[in-house]
Design a protein around this ligand. Structure first.
Ligand SMILES: *[C@@H]1O[C@H](CO)[C@@H](O)[C@H](O)[C@H]1NC(C)=O
Ligand SMILES: *[C@@H]1O[C@H](CO)[C@@H](O)[C@H](O)[C@H]1NC(C)=O
Length: 139
């Protein structure tokens, strides 16, 4: 009985603290992290990305909208993004390695292997919602 109460108590506070005390990465980044964007998810063949690293199509890579990339001065490089398919609810993660000039602010360009987690390549576009994970996160 007491053990159960203690367990629930602990559970409650750990769940609570996830929402209440964000990782101290600075206020701006923190707001950025929680902001959910939504738009068109597309794919591209990766290579040398804006972040200055070579990537392979088999890597889970994303290119974030160039406007956002530039606004943050490239500081999102290597930051993981959580992506959700609006229609199926499927979730996958991709690492920021590039910027996407043709993307609107809610769009996301993905490596082919990542895109395939949501739909076949011939579909070309999926509606996605996405947000940054905290820096240091790995799926
Ligand atoms: C995806 O779902 C979110 C939340 O339900 C919604 O705000 C957004 O407009 C949707 N995006 C698209 C592209 O349909
Ligand atoms: C994506 O969402 C838009 C409106 O939010 C809708 O018009 C379009 O049909 C959707 N596309 C797909 C592939 O689900």
């Amino acid at each position: 009985m007491h053990a159960n109460v203690l367990f629930l108590f602990t559970l409650f506070f750990s769940v609570f603290s996830v929402f209440a005390s964000p990782v101290p990465t600075g206020e701006t980044q923190d707001i950025e992290k929680r902001l959910t964007r939504s738009g068109r998810g597309t794919y591209f063949h990766v290579g040398l990305g804006n972040c200055g690293k070579w990537n392979k199509d088999s890597d889970a890579i994303v290119a974030i909208p160039k406007s956002l990339y530039d606004k943050n001065g490239g500081s999102n490089c290597d930051q993981w993004v959580k992506i959700k398919d609006n229609k199926t609810g499927k979730v996958a993660y991709g690492k920021t390695r590039d910027s996407c000039p043709s993307c609107k602010s809610g769009d996301l360009d993905m490596s082919p292997s990542l895109f395939k987690k949501f739909a076949s390549l011939d579909k070309g576009v999926v509606n996605v919602s996405w947000n940054f994970m905290h820096k240091g996160f790995k799926p």
